[in-house]
Design a protein around this ligand. Structure first.
Ligand SMILES: Nc1ncnc2c1ncn2[C@@H]1O[C@H](COP(=O)(O)OP(=O)(O)O)[C@@H](O)[C@H]1O
Ligand SMILES: [Mg+2]
Length: 257
């Protein structure tokens, strides 16, 4: 790569580097090697950090936020050449006015990405400054696992419904501004429980969420691949339902249902 090309790449990704023209090619190569080659990080959490960071600091249109950040004493930490910041700083910087919303991710077909999207969406929203509560009502507990929460001895939705625990004491903190109500296999009986006890589906999750809703901007519900009472209750509590489909015949059938 020649000097011109190196400068073009560095400039595009790191507009704050000054006097690139005057630098020797060896110096430019060093900057390139250190910063540009491993720009795409494998780890989802890291890539989310990069995402928020990229928009805030390196995007041409966001020079304003870049200046705001470097002229402020907002909390951040450095790792090698990178500056990272979390939810509180993002909240201060971006000042996004999150409309309070309950969003559920559901479709009757399994393996279409409900859990993965809930996970990524939660982390991204949080890194842009949203206070997020994830509610895992899938008995497989994949979302809880994705956040590294071992729910074996923790209260889950069925315990709350059975009045063995309250929602506020069952919520587990993942990181600053990001919480989860975990799940485990016992949640498999939610459907039967709602049916046998004739729970009012339009109220059951809605009322529970509203006990804690004042602490959050977004509540994300990861549903099981089913259409039972529990998923119906989640639908009735939601402002938005997101149904991910993979481009396959059976996924499309799932969407139609
Ligand atoms: N965007 C994607 N591209 C490729 N694979 C994905 C994507 N989203 C999810 N997956 C993979 O698909 C599988 C099922 O995803 P998951 O989120 O568990 O689906 P669901 O919750 O609907 O059952 C997982 O192995 C996951 O890693
Ligand atoms: Mg899932």
């Amino acid at each position: 790569m020649n000097k011109k090309e190196l400068i073009a790449i560095i400039k595009e990704r790191y507009p704050y580097y000054k006097n690139l023209q005057k630098m020797k090619i060896a110096e430019l190569k060093e900057i390139y090697e250190k910063n540009c080659t491993n720009f795409i990080l494998k780890n989802e959490r890291n890539s989310c950090y990069m995402d928020a960071l990229f928009v805030a600091l390196f995007h041409e249109k966001n020079k304003y936020i870049y200046n705001l950040f470097f002229n402020s004493d907002l909390k951040s930490f450095k790792n090698q050449n990178r500056v990272y910041f979390g939810y509180q700083t993002a909240r201060e910087l971006f000042k996004i006015n999150f409309e309070k919303k309950i969003i559920s991710f559901q479709i009757v077909k399994g393996g279409t990405g409900k859990t993965s999207i809930t996970h990524s969406f939660a982390i991204r929203a949080n890194l842009y400054g949203a206070r997020v509560l994830c509610i895992d009502i899938d008995q497989q507990g994949n979302l809880s696992q994705a956040f590294n929460i071992d729910s074996k001895n923790l209260p889950v939705m069925i315990d709350i419904i059975n009045n063995k625990a309250s929602i506020s004491e069952s919520i587990v903190n993942i990181s600053e501004g990001l919480d989860i109500l975990p799940s485990r296999i016992e949640n498999a009986v939610l459907d039967n429980f709602f049916m046998l006890n004739k729970f009012p589906l339009e109220r059951v999750y809605f009322d529970l969420i509203h006990q804690v809703f004042n602490k959050y901007d977004l509540v994300l519900i990861d549903c099981p691949p089913a259409l039972g009472q529990s998923v119906a209750a989640a639908t009735l509590a939601s402002d938005i339902v997101i149904a991910p489909v993979t481009p396959e015949q059976f996924s499309l059938s799932g969407l139609k249902i």
